[in-house]
Write a protein that binds this ligand. Structure first.
Ligand SMILES: Nc1ncnc2c1ncn2[C@@H]1O[C@H](COP(=O)(O)OP(=O)(O)OP(=O)(O)O)[C@@H](O)[C@H]1O
Length: 304
């Protein structure tokens, strides 16, 4: 369980309110997506959760422990992947990194070794386990950093852009792990990402941050349903777009995108197309995805 109350961070003399009175409750077993455009305040929030940055005001509790007042108990609650792969030692091998961080978290040597073997095998790094992390590709370094965050099976996992720079297969592995950690072990997962397809697939709840404030905090399904009035239809017709219609023509077929407030209005559009002599190829309803919703939320005029 992560509890955030009126968390605020004002940076330096410029008085940048990077995080402004943010409150959130994130329950056990949930994968929570923390989204927002560049500079919204996500990393600042995660750093305060991880005890790396002192809040200007407000409070964070991890597993019931106050990060400011019960620091070591709170720190024992989580594993974190922060700002890419900077939380691993580049001069150590992948194996040494995992052994070091596992022991640091208080695990017994044989338990760390067992867990490290599973993690490195799953990520396809087993053969390279004795090579220095500094000589790894960016994606491989990221994999070691993720394994390090998960080495002790912590009840809370903070992941800043976990799948950034990973190839398709590794992205799938990491997504599966995250889902499994939450579902099977009841881990609380908080992740930030700009990859909205990853968030849509993984997160049961998402919060959207903008200019330091939350502009949404809802179950993913409800958030998407709330934007159903933005349903679109894609009408494909043979040849060029008929007069009065805009569309994208590719390989002799034009796709016309239509937004209607009532699905029955689509009949009228199809009628007008027929009157123009257009030959219909297909008609598809396109539900808004998280990217559509996100763009709508962050592009609305600011009330600040
Ligand atoms: N050390 C710092 N000193 C001063 N201002 C900072 C500092 N770190 C971040 N900021 C400012 O705080 C605001 C929020 O930054 P933050 O890094 O938390 O955003 P973010 O949502 O993680 O962005 P991104 O998606 O680009 O990583 C920005 O205006 C940024 O310029």
């Amino acid at each position: 369980m992560i509890e955030i109350d009126a968390l605020t961070k004002v940076y330096g003399s410029a008085q940048v309110r990077a995080v402004d009175e943010v409150s959130l409750r994130i329950g056990a077993g949930s994968v929570f997506g923390f989204l927002g455009p560049n500079g919204a305040g996500k990393t600042t929030t995660i750093k305060m959760l991880a005890g790396l940055l002192t809040p200007t005001s407000g409070r964070v509790r991890l597993g019931g422990f106050d990060v400011a007042r019960q620091r070591s108990a709170a720190m024992a609650q989580f594993g974190a992947l922060l700002e890419g792969s900077r939380n691993v030692y580049w001069s150590l091998s992948a194996w040494q990194n995992l052994m070091y961080f596992g022991r640091l978290k208080g695990l017994r040597k044989h338990r760390v070794a067992e867990r490290a073997q599973n993690l490195l095998t799953d990520l396809g790094l087993w053969e390279r386990r004795h090579d220095k992390v500094g000589g790894f590709s960016r994606g491989m370094q990221q994999k070691v950093a993720i394994a390090t965050a998960l080495i002790a099976d912590p009840p809370i996992v903070l992941l800043d852009e976990p799948t950034l720079g990973l190839d398709v297969e590794a992205t799938r592995t990491v997504k599966n792990w995250i889902a499994e950690q939450a579902r099977e072990l009841g881990t609380t997962v908080l992740l930030t990402t700009h990859q909205l397809d990853v968030a849509q697939e993984l997160c049961d709840r998402v919060a959207v941050m903008r200019q330091g404030r939350l502009v949404a905090d809802l179950p993913t399904r409800d958030l998407l349903d709330g934007f159903r009035e933005r349903d679109r239809y894609e009408i494909r017709v043979e040849g060029e777009a008929p007069p009065g219609f805009d569309g994208v023509t590719r390989e002799g077929v034009t796709t016309i995108s239509v937004r209607v407030s009532d699905p029955r209005e689509v009949y009228g559009v199809v009628e007008r197309l027929r009157a123009q002599g257009a030959v219909l190829e297909s008609l598809t309803q396109v539900r808004p995805d998280l990217e559509d919703v996100f763009l709508a939320l962050v592009s609305e005029p600011s009330h600040a």
